[in-house]
Structure formats: C-alpha cells, structure tokens
Design a protein. Structure first.
Length: 234
C-alpha cells in the first residue's frame, strides 16, 4: 500500500475530527496556522489538505470569514459519507435512506439481469438461498449475511452494467454491517428467505417486469422489517 502524503494525513485527520463531531455542520474549522502547528507541517501542506476537502464539498470557504463544515447531505465524496455513516450519523434516517438507495439501484439491476442472467448464475443463486435457509435454521447470522450479500452480488454482476457494480462496491462494508444488525432477528431472516426465493423465481422465467416487482417487494419488506423490528417505528 502506498504511503500517505503529508497532505493526505492532514486531510484525513481533519475529516476524522469532523466525523467524530468535533466540528459540527456550518462550524468554523481551525485556520492554516493552527493546523500546521498541530501537525508540524508547512502551511502549504495544510492549504493543499483543505483544498482536497473543499473539492469534495466537505468544507466550504467563505471569503473574509474562514472555512466551514458543510452538512453531510452536501458532501461530494461517497467514501467520506460512508465514514460519517459508520460513526452513527443519525442512524435511523441513514438506515432508511440506504434502503431507498438500494431500491433505486437494485430494482433496475434485477430488471436488466432478467434477460442477461446465465443458468450458472441462477444455480449459484439457488445455492445461496439454500445456504440462507441452513444458516437460519442453525442460527448462524454471519453465514446468513454472507449468503444474502452473495445473492445480491450475483444479480448486480448479471445486470451487465459495469456502473452498477462500481457504485455498489464502496457500500459493501456498510451493507454487511447493517445486514448483521437486522439479520439477528429470526423473523427478518424468514421474510428475507421468502423474498429471495421469489426474486429467483422471477429471474428464472426471465421476465424483466416480474424481476423488477420481485426486487421492489423485497425492498418494501426490508424497510417494513427495519421499522418494525429494529427502529420500532410502526
């Protein structure tokens, strides 16, 4: 792994402090002189680090006033947003919005996959459903999550759209963490198995509209389960 430059070190440290809540949205961050003293680096290094965060819309410069933190919804870096989310930024809202994002991307991917998926992919998906059932019966949450994620990954790859897989790759870690949380509930596991079987059936008959509806139903069930069993908002 390449060694981080001093500019990257300063930028990452400031981002960590923002994510940790030391600097709230719309608050002023320390100036170049203070940060250069804290990190024992030149003001030029700090200036470049700040430019990096400004380019990612994490910070904004207000002429004559200083440099301020932007609200999370304004950030332009997915990796930075995921770092903030991992620290528990408004957890309930984030959990719901993550499912909303999955609905937008995965229903379309499933529709595309219906006419492109191979018999081998369908067999692999059937195997993952069987593994989910076995893990559910054994109370093995990690194994259940692993098969759940693998099932969805096959669909994303089978969509044949390279952008879908690229968009989802940074989400993998947070999806794994969220699945581990929700999959501890046996009822959620049982519902997921039923929904995954329905998606597999729709893809097997290679009907795009049925595949889209099956995935959309799964997202609806996932959201309802999240609210009922995890967020307790229903």
């Amino acid at each position: 792994m390449a060694r981080k430059s001093l500019t990257d070190v300063v930028a990452d440290d400031l981002l960590d402090r923002i994510v940790a809540g030391e600097f709230a949205p719309d608050s002023l961050v320390p100036g170049e002189l203070e940060l250069s003293s804290q990190h024992d680096v030149s003001r030029m290094t700090v200036r470049e680090a700040m430019k990096t965060l400004v380019a990612q819309r994490i910070l904004r410069v207000e002429r004559g006033r200083g440099t301020f933190v932007n609200p999370l919804g304004s950030w332009g870096s997915l990796n930075a947003v995921l770092r903030a989310v991992s620290e528990g930024e408004d957890d309930a809202v984030v959990a719901v919005q993550l499912i909303e994002l999955r609905r937008m991307l995965e229903t379309g991917a499933c529709e595309l996959a219906a006419t492109r998926i191979s018999d081998e992919d369908l067999a692999r998906m059937a195997d993952q459903v069987s593994r989910m059932k076995a893990a559910h019966e054994a109370g093995d949450v990690p194994a259940f999550v692993e098969s759940d994620l693998a099932f969805h990954d096959i669909i994303l790859q089978a969509s044949g759209n390279i952008f879908v897989a690229v968009l989802f790759e940074p989400l993998h870690r947070i999806l794994e963490n969220r699945r581990a949380e929700t999959s501890r509930v046996p009822e959620i596991q049982a519902n997921a198995i039923v929904m995954h079987a329905a998606i597999l059936k729709a893809l097997t008959v290679r009907t795009p509209e049925l595949a889209r509806v099956a995935m959309d139903n799964h997202m609806t069930q996932t959201l309802n389960d999240l609210k009922s069993y995890v967020l307790h908002s229903q």
